[in-house]
Ligand binder design. Structure first.
Ligand code: CA2
Length: 149
């Protein structure tokens, strides 16, 4: 089974700026760790990052029929993008929303997400570990769904 990790705007800066909020790990190191964890569980993982909303939408469309689950940190687009929401719902691929920071302990404009209500689950606030928790949650969800078929 194939999974897709999507990271939105500015997450390419991880490990280079604002370590107090977002941690010291680079996106590359997070991706390679997740790759190993997925592989150990028998899953393939592809990773994609873009600062451009339409590119994120296009990548989600490309996943249709090829990917069984999506992990997404849409960054600031979480709070603004109906287009990303529509694309996730359009391809009908189960997804887990994740964030490094606890968005509910931050500014009020980060308290609303266009993705949460349709997500399989939400992980927020554990720094880079949020990615691992989200992966475990998604894999568990997919296995349970297979069993119930
Ligand atoms: O906590 C998260 O993972 C966020 O998705 C991060 C977004 C923010 O807009 C969301 O509200 C919560 C911002 C990503 C910015 O990443 C940076 C990383 C290093 C340096 C500067 C920005």
């Amino acid at each position: 089974m194939s999974l897709l990790l999507i990271n939105g705007p500015n997450l390419n800066l991880l490990g280079q700026r604002e370590p107090g909020i977002y941690g010291m790990d680079t996106l590359k190191s997070i991706e390679s760790r997740l790759h190993e964890l997925a592989k150990a569980e028998g899953f393939e993982l592809e990773c994609f990052q873009s600062n451009v909303e339409g590119e994120l939408v296009n990548r989600i469309h490309q996943a249709f029929g090829k990917v069984q689950g999506i992990l997404i940190n849409a960054g600031a687009y979480t709070h603004t993008s109906i287009a990303i929401r529509d694309s996730l719902l359009g391809v009908s691929i189960p997804y887990v929303e994740l964030h490094l920071s606890n968005t509910y302990s931050r500014e009020p404009f980060r308290h609303h997400s266009y993705l949460s209500d349709k997500a399989v689950g939400l992980v927020s606030g554990f720094g880079p570990i949020s990615y691992q928790l989200a992966l475990q949650g998604l894999i568990n969800y997919l296995r349970m769904s297979q069993q119930n078929k």
